[in-house]
Design a protein around this ligand. Structure first.
Ligand code: GRG
Length: 347
């Protein structure tokens, strides 16, 4: 996996302070064990409740939402409730995903369920979801006009439903011996793409009523959603633990049907195919040799090259879709910069 040469785009950092303040306000400071778990997950507290600041997630979705609002001519602060809601929904999905996958670590820290157990992990995830809905409720803390809050909330709810559909497909793939690249693309379009698309879609809807801009932003989001998950899958195999928080080869260890393995299973022939199938069908934990063999088969098949090209292709499709609307030159340049960054990110 190539080193990141692109610097963090300004759009991913310039909203950060206000976004963090708004997220903290949405989660609140109640002295109650539920909120301790939420604040722990966000990286604001340690597991004993002491305040810390270890840095949260990358905040890609809220940044895209605020950016989209600004890029179509709106004032980005008006989109803060949508940005907060999307980040809370994303974190709800991560808390539940960690339970479903049995992951003990996320963002270099023990996961919520690993500390408090499955039941509390489920409670924490659902609470994140409920708080997200409350931020956008017309009579809630949202500063959006009621009609706008309703419209944005409906975009977010649909995306959340699609995300869960995608997660169900993904879990189903683990039980199947054959998954085609096309099945995989359908799955990630839902699991990851829907939320990324809705980030830009909501931001654009808040910033303008010009449907060309809204459509262009939404189409851009769909494509960078594909790109984002393909890159995520590459990092799950060839990523470096210090950066990603996951050991190199971690998705092979878990027999996840991520894109690299889907590609390898679809294209390998002869003894390589037999070897892959025997590793993926066995019911015992994978050995270091199994993992090294899978990686060497992927090398032979240039699986990394296939994944990179696919990611790049979707990035280009996204930028093409944007050309349907005439964004200002600064906004256009920033879209290109964000696309390049997300294509090459190593964390
Ligand atoms: C069971 C009701 C119910 C819901 C669960 C678990 C779930 C629905 C959906 C999971 C969706 C999921 C985990 C998608 C993966 C998307 C992805 C690439 C996550 C990593 O996103 P980053 O890199 O994370 O933006 P950070 O840490 O930066 O926030």
């Amino acid at each position: 996996v190539a080193q990141t040469i692109t610097a963090l785009p300004d759009a991913f950092s310039r909203y950060r302070t206000q976004l963090d303040d708004a997220l903290r306000a949405a989660i609140g400071d109640q002295d109650h064990p539920l909120y301790d778990m939420l604040r722990y997950h966000m990286g604001w507290q340690d597991e004993t409740g002491r305040a810390i600041d270890v840095g949260t997630g990358k905040g890609v979705r809220p940044a895209l939402c605020l950016f989209a609002c600004e890029a179509v001519g709106g004032s980005w602060k008006t989109a803060l409730p949508a940005a907060v809601a999307i980040e809370l929904i994303h974190n709800f999905s991560l808390i539940h995903d960690d339970i479903q996958d049995g992951d003990k670590e996320r963002r270099h820290r023990p996961t919520v369920w690993y500390i408090w157990g499955h039941s509390h992990g489920m409670n924490a995830g659902v609470a994140m979801n409920v708080l997200a809905n409350r931020v956008l409720a017309p009579n809630g803390s949202s500063s959006l006009p009621a009609e706008m809050a309703l419209q944005v909330s409906s975009i977010l709810t649909s995306a959340c439903r699609e995300m869960i559909e995608g997660q169900v497909l993904d879990l189903g793939f683990e039980q199947r011996s054959t998954v085609r690249v096309s099945d995989y693309l359908t799955m990630i379009g839902k699991k990851t793409g829907a939320l990324l698309e809705s980030s830009l879609h909501m931001g654009a809807v808040i910033g303008t009523d010009d449907s060309r801009f809204i459509k262009a932003m939404s189409a851009f989001g769909t494509e960078i959603g594909f790109m984002f998950q393909v890159r995520d899958d590459m990092l799950g195999i060839w990523g470096v633990q210090d950066k990603t928080g996951k050991p190199t080869g971690s998705d092979i260890h878990r027999r996840k049907k991520s894109l690299p393995i889907v590609h390898a299973l679809e294209t390998a022939e002869g003894s390589a195919r037999e070897r892959l199938l025997s590793i993926y069908r066995a019911h015992k934990p994978l050995t270091e040799t199994d993992i090294a063999d899978v990686i060497s088969i992927m090398d032979e098949l240039d699986t990394a090259g296939f994944c990179s090209s696919l990611a790049k292709e979707h990035g280009e499709l996204g930028l093409q879709a944007l050309s349907e609307a005439e964004l200002g030159p600064k906004a256009r340049a920033e879209c290109e910069e964000m696309t390049a960054f997300l294509l090459e990110r190593d964390y």
